[in-house]
Design a protein around this ligand. Structure first.
Ligand code: TXA
Ligand code: MG
Length: 344
């Protein structure tokens, strides 16, 4: 299959591109499109044949459910048994935006593979002009995971989608680089208090301002059977080819680590704030200015992917505090590193 990448930009007349995407989706095909978080790979959420193609193209395990994307809040009630009051407040506050709300699904409406055997479904309205135009022209819900091959970092540029899925999907709508750069917050409101299954751009603090107490499980709570989980969080994620080691954001310490690792014969890629540029890594990928978490989250996956284009044998990634969006960044970094830290 030939994969076509089409530029969709506010300054261009894109009606034909959208029409082609809508036709493909209506014909049971998959289409990649940008959202404000990462690129998604979509199919009509009520079409089992189309949805299965998502799992095939990504190499995604079939027990991992998909998020359903919609273009208007009104559509939620078509697919949800009963919308809890707190969920409604959150949707009114944060949609369109990077918040996925897990609720009880109406039976028999969505394609079975979307929910992967669960009785619940995650819904979100993305805050991206291309995604919203596509959804509103299609007038159907779109099931979409991130548009990467399973295990790889999520795509934040159309070229990342192309690298992973070239020849496996017919169309990529190219809307440039996504803004936030890491996936939406996934919040389960079927339990009380609601539980964050995956931290993201909408932080615990922001949620609590609207609905009161929200649980963000600690690492040890995450392993308990009684803690609600996203099925996808147990799989390897965001992993470049070379091993990633986390390291404290301290220039002297990172400098020593580079020296030690080089003595062991390693070539080192360093992901760190701009000020770490001249401390001697073989390859340097800056997050942005020290403490600029928005920049760090928007660049993280691009940087991790860029490491695969180097000869690095080890990747050092400096960490950040878990305040605000830092919780989501550290969640992804720990997954990329498989929990491993640099030890002297
Ligand atoms: O920002 C995002 O959320 C992006 C864009 C494309 O919207 N999508 C995304 O989808 O990250 P995906 O499939 O890569 O991640 C969805 C996560 C998975 O960990 C999945 O297991 C979890 O959400 N999830 C989906 N439905 C669920 C449900 N009913 N219950 C618990 N977890 C669910
Ligand atoms: Mg994903």
């Amino acid at each position: 299959m030939e994969t076509i990448r089409m530029l969709v930009d506010n300054n261009l007349n894109c009606e034909k591109s959208y029409a082609q995407a809508v036709d493909l989706l209506n014909d049971g095909e998959v289409v990649a499109f940008p959202t404000e978080t990462v690129y998604g790979l979509g199919a009509v959420a009520t079409d089992e044949k189309g949805v299965r193609k998502i799992f095939e193209a990504k190499g995604r395990p079939s027990d991992n459910p998909l998020i359903v994307h919609i273009g208007t809040i009104e559509e939620v009630s078509n697919f949800i048994e009963e919308i809890p009051e707190n969920a409604l407040k959150l949707m009114n506050t944060f949609w369109p935006g990077p918040l996925t709300v897990i609720m009880k699904a109406k039976k028999g409406l969505l394609a079975p593979s979307v929910t992967a055997g669960l009785t619940t479904v995650g819904m979100r309205m993305p805050n991206h002009d291309v995604a919203l135009q596509l959804l509103r022209k299609l007038k159907k819900p779109v099931a979409a995971p991130s548009a990467n091959r399973s295990g790889k970092p999520s795509p934040t540029k159309a070229i990342h989608v192309e690298e992973d899925l070239q020849g496996r999907i017919p169309l990529i709508l190219d809307g440039g680089a996504t803004g936030i750069g890491i996936e939406s917050t996934v919040l389960d409101v079927t339990v009380n208090p609601p539980v964050i299954l995956r931290p993201g751009g909408v932080t615990k603090e922001m949620l609590e301002e609207v609905i009161g107490e929200v649980i963000q499980p600690t690492k040890s709570q995450e392993t308990l059977d009684t803690t609600p989980k996203a099925p996808g969080m147990k799989y390897t994620h965001y992993a470049p080819n070379a091993p990633v080691l986390l390291i404290e954001s301290d220039q002297a310490f990172v400098g020593e680590a580079i020296h030690e690792l080089r003595n062991e014969g390693h070539k080192i890629a360093l992901l760190a704030p701009l000020s770490f540029e001249n401390i001697g890594a073989d390859y340097f990928f800056p997050y942005g200015d020290e403490g600029d978490k928005e920049m760090m989250s928007s660049k993280l996956y691009d940087d991790l992917r860029a490491c695969d284009k180097t000869e690095a044998t080890i990747i050092l990634a400096t960490t950040t505090s878990t305040e605000g969006v830092g919780a989501a960044i550290m969640n992804r970094l720990e997954k990329a590193a498989g929990g491993k830290w640099y030890n002297r």
